[in-house]
Design a protein around this ligand. Structure first.
Ligand code: KIV
Ligand code: ZN
Length: 385
C-alpha cells in the first residue's frame, strides 16, 4: 500500500478564512491535537506576515514532537530568513516557498516576465536550500498555468534543491480529470536523481476540492494538503478529514494508507470549529451533525435491521458515539417503536399503532419530534384510557 502523507494548513491557509484569528495558545492547542490525529506536516504559519504569526510558528516548533513544522515564505530573502528564525526550535523544520506562475498572476500581480519568475524561483529556492534540508516549492495558481511553463517552473525548483512540489489549485478552478492529468504529466516529465514528493493543494470554489485531491493521489501525488473542516480563503480548502476517510473507506479503490488516527477525527474537527468560530454545517460529509442520522422510515427500518444498508462509515470510526434516528413526519413505525422502547415503554402493538397515528399528526406540524413530545403522547394516551 502506498502511504499518503497529510499536510495540514489549518493554521495558515485555514486562518485566511474571513473573521478567523487564532491566538498563539489556540494555535498550539490545535497543533497538539493535529499531532494526535496523525498529521505528518503542519504549516504553522507565515512567519514574516506578523509578529503574532512568527511567535506562533516558534511556539509550535517548540511544542510538537513528531510532526514536521513548515513555515510559508514568498520568493523573498526576508521571508526565508524569518521562516528560518521562527523554525529554529523545530525538530523537523521545513520551508514552503511559493511564487505564482500563471499568466494573469505574472502580468498583473507580480508584474514579472516568465523569465524573471524562473530566475526568482531558482535564486530563492537555492537560498532556502542553503538554510533548510527540506524545501517545498509551490507554483501558485498552477492550474491556470500553461503545462509547459509549469513543468519549467517545477524543474527549476527541483534543480535548485526543492524535493517537495506542491501544485496549488489556488482559485478552485480545476476538475478531477484535469487536475489528475497535471500530476501525471509532471511526474512523468520531471528529471531528478532524488525522490520528489508531489503534493495536492486544492480550494473548493467549485465544490471539487476533495475530489481533486483524490484525483491527484490517483495520478501520483504522495501528499495531500488541506485544512480541518475545509476552512480557508473564500469557499475554503480540501477538508482533510474527508480525504482521510475516503482513502480508508475506499481502500479497495485507492490502495493507499495514511497515519491518520480516524477515531480522533470528530474531536479534531470540534476543536477547530470551536476555536475558529466557524460552525460545521449539519450536512457536511464525515463530521456534520446529520452525517450519521437517518430520518426517513425506509432508511430507519433498513438501519435498524442492518446499519450497512445506509451507512458506509460507522460513526465510531471517526469518533462519533452513535448514529441517530431522529423522528419526523417521514419516519416509520419501526423507528417509532424502537424509540419508545429506548425511552423505557413496553407497549403492545395495538397501543403502538394508536400512538403512531397521533405521532404522524403531530409530526406534520413540527420539524422534529423530541423525546419530550413522545413522553407527552404516551402520558396523554394513558390519562385518557
Ligand atoms: O492556494 C495557494 O496557492 C496557496 C499557496 C500559498 C500554496 O495557499
Ligand atoms: Zn491555498
Amino acid at each position: 500500500m502506498r502511504k499518503i502523507q497529510f499536510f495540514d494548513t489549518t493554521l495558515r491557509d485555514g486562518e485566511q478564512t474571513p473573521g478567523v484569528n487564532f491566538n498563539t495558545q489556540e494555535k498550539v492547542q490545535i497543533a497538539l491535537q493535529l499531532e494526535k490525529w496523525g498529521i505528518d506536516t503542519i504549516e504553522a504559519g507565515f512567519p514574516v506576515a506578523s509578529p503574532g504569526d512568527f511567535e506562533a510558528v516558534e511556539a509550535i516548533s517548540k511544542a510538537v514532537k513528531k510532526m514536521t513544522v513548515a513555515g510559508l515564505a514568498r520568493c523573498q530573502q526576508k521571508d526565508i530568513d524569518a521562516a528560518y528564525e521562527a523554525l529554529k526550535a523545530a525538530k523537523f523544520p521545513q520551508i514552503h516557498v511559493f511564487l505564482a506562475t500563471s499568466d494573469v498572476h505574472m502580468k498583473y500581480k507580480l508584474k514579472m516576465t516568465p523569465e524573471e519568475v524562473l530566475a526568482s524561483i531558482d535564486y530563492h529556492v537555492r537560498y532556502a536550500r542553503s538554510k533548510f534540508e527540506k524545501v517545498q516549492f509551490s507554483p501558485e495558481d498552477a492550474t491556470r498555468t500553461s503545462l509547459p511553463f509549469l513543468l519549467q517552473a517545477v524543474q527549476t525548483a527541483i534543480d535548485a534543491g526543492a524535493t517537495i512540489i506542491n501544485i496549488p489549485d489556488t482559485v478552485g478552478y480545476s476538475n478531477p480529470t484535469e487536475y489528475g492529468k497535471i500530476f501525471a504529466y509532471l511526474t512523468q516529465n520531471i528529471k531528478s536523481d532524488q525522490e520528489i514528493i508531489f503534493s495536492s493543494h486544492c480550494h473548493d470554489d467549485l465544490g471539487m476540492a476533495t475530489a481533486n485531491a483524490l484525483a491527484a493521489i490517483e495520478n501520483g501525488a504522495n501528499r495531500v494538503e488541506g485544512t480541518i473542516n475545509g476552512i480557508g480563503e473564500r469557499a475554503g480548502n480540501t477538508a482533510l478529514e474527508e480525504v482521510a476517510v475516503a482513502l480508508h473507506i475506499r481502500k479497495d479503490f485507492y490502495q493507499c494508507s495514511s497515519a491518520i488516527v480516524l477515531e480522533q477525527t470528530k474531536q479534531t474537527s470540534d476543536l477547530v470549529a470551536r476555536l475558529s468560530g466557524i460552525p460545521i454545517p449539519k450536512n457536511k460529509a464525515v463530521i456534520g451533525g446529520n452525517a450519521y442520522a437517518h430520518e426517513s422510515g425506509i432508511h430507519q427500518d433498513g438501519v435498524l435491521k442492518n446499519p450497512e444498508t445506509y451507512e458506509i462509515i460507522t460513526p465510531q470510526l471517526v469518533g462519533v458515539k452513535t448514529n441517530a434516528l431522529p423522528l419526523g413526519k417521514l419516519s416509520g413505525r419501526h423507528a417509532f417503536s424502537a424509540k419508545l422502547s429506548e425511552l423505557g415503554y413496553d407497549l403492545d402493538s395495538s397501543t403502538i399503532n394508536d400512538l403512531f397515528k397521533k405521532f404522524k399528526v403531530l409530526a406534520d406540524k413540527k420539524k422534529q419530534i423530541t423525546d419530550q413530545d413522545l413522553i407527552a403522547l404516551v402520558t396523554d394516551k394513558f390519562r385518557r384510557s
